[in-house]
Design a protein around this ligand. Structure first.
Ligand code: TTP
Ligand code: MN
Ligand code: MN
Ligand code: MN
Length: 371
């Protein structure tokens, strides 16, 4: 299949400017400033600093009112000296010099653009940048560059999958997935997870958990679902990963580690007439469908609660909860299990509520987990 890039123009570079008028409080857009710093740290492989900026942004986001003076941030957790300096600059000048410098940086711009493609991580982006490549056109016209299957799909459907997914589109996909799963196994359990379970209006993909009432019956189910989507002619891309789950392993301390459940990363075709109120469209696009990224994960039913919590996110919320568990409760948990280090035993969980009970915390509703 030859890549059609006729639709691509240089103007599709992302890069939102963070310059703001001079004013005397911190507002929502300033979190973008911290996000730029986090991203830039990520590109420079400074994972610690990246996490620090993200944590600081989420602490500021959770404040009930705007920050109007540096004094107002005194005593807040997780605000390091770098973040304090950024806030001070924004309060004083309405902008942050360091952030603007990064946004103008050629390497930052190229890496941000490249990593916006599905299947392209910081390593690949860096490799392309070092070869002197700066735009999609240059990458796609460079004969020495071998794109893998995922990256080809990433470019092919770039315009659709870099566009947000609406709640109505997510709902339509839920119906499609539900019908497919239940056609194969009427009593299978399906849950919408990710940002849409947290009540978000928009997302970058749609995430689902699938399991079965009895342990073991989930084996083979996902491959069957994939087959069925293929038969319906709506499967545009599929990467399937078999399970590597090991029930004897302790929960991982490394949050960024992917979980071991069987899963697939899909690109699915969604038709106009399947969505209440119609599809979100790019100007001038008259196609009757759009492509959407979908993740399906299949934990065994006895791991459903931890998997649901992990896949509901947000990333920052789960990261903080795991940190709390480790530091305050001597407990480890990840998407697979909850483990008590004092008692040296796994704690069984059937629902998300059980996890909060074990951690000695009040239940936090999904819509309150948008940290
Ligand atoms: P995402 O779909 O990346 O994020 P999101 O749904 O919160 O937001 P968006 O609108 O951008 O899609 O991931 C959902 C959650 O799943 C997130 O908290 C991280 C988690 N996750 C895992 O636990 N394991 C994995 O292997 C992956 C890819 C994600
Ligand atoms: Mn998601
Ligand atoms: Mn995401
Ligand atoms: Mn996802």
């Amino acid at each position: 299949q030859v890549l059609d890039i006729s639709w691509f123009t240089e103007s599709m570079r992302e890069g939102r400017p963070v310059t703001v008028e001079s004013r005397h409080h911190i507002q929502v857009r300033d979190f973008d400033a911290l996000e730029v710093l986090a991203e830039s740290s990520e590109f420079n492989e400074n994972e610690g600093r990246c996490l620090a900026f993200r944590r600081a942004a989420s602490v500021l986001k959770s404040l009930p009112s705007a920050v109007r003076s540096l004094g107002a941030t005194q005593g807040l957790p997780c605000l390091g000296e770098h973040t304090e300096a950024v806030i001070e600059e924004i309060l004083q000048f309405g902008r942050c010099f360091k952030v603007e410098e990064i946004q103008c940086d050629e390497r930052y711009q190229a890496l941000k653009l490249f990593t916006s493609v599905f299947g392209v991580g910081p390593k690949t982006a860096e490799k392309w940048y070092r070869r002197g490549l700066r735009s999609f056109k240059e990458i796609l016209n460079e004969p020495a560059i071998q794109l893998n299957k995922m990256q080809r799909a990433g470019f092919l459907y770039y315009r659709d999958i870099s566009k947000t997914v609406s709640k109505a589109e997510a709902q339509a996909l839920r119906c499609i997935i539900e019908e497919t799963v239940h056609w194969i196994m009427p009593d299978a359990i399906l849950a919408l997870t990710g940002g849409f379970r947290r009540g978000k209006e928009y997302g970058h993909d749609v995430d689902f958990l699938v399991t079965t009432p009895e342990l073991g019956r989930e084996e083979g189910l996902l491959l069957h679902v994939i087959d069925r989507l293929q038969d319906q002619g709506i499967l545009l891309y599929c990467e399937h990963q078999g399970t590597t789950f090991d029930a004897t392993k302790l929960p991982s301390c490394n949050f960024e580690a992917m979980d071991h459940f069987e899963k697939c990363f899909l690109i699915v075709r969604l038709y106009e007439d399947q969505v209440e109120g119609g599809l979100q469209r790019n100007p001038g696009d008259s196609r009757a469908w759009r492509a959407i990224r979908v993740d399906l994960v299949v934990p065994p039913v006895d791991r459903y609660a931890t998997a649901l919590l992990g896949w509901t996110g947000s990333r920052q919320f789960v990261r903080d909860l795991r940190r709390f568990a480790r530091k305050e409760r001597r407990m480890l948990f990840d998407n697979h299990a909850l483990y008590d280090k004092t008692k040296k035993m796994f704690l069984s969980t059937t629902t998300e509520e059980d996890i909060f009970v074990h951690l000695g915390l009040e239940y936090v509703e999904p819509w309150q987990r948008n940290a």
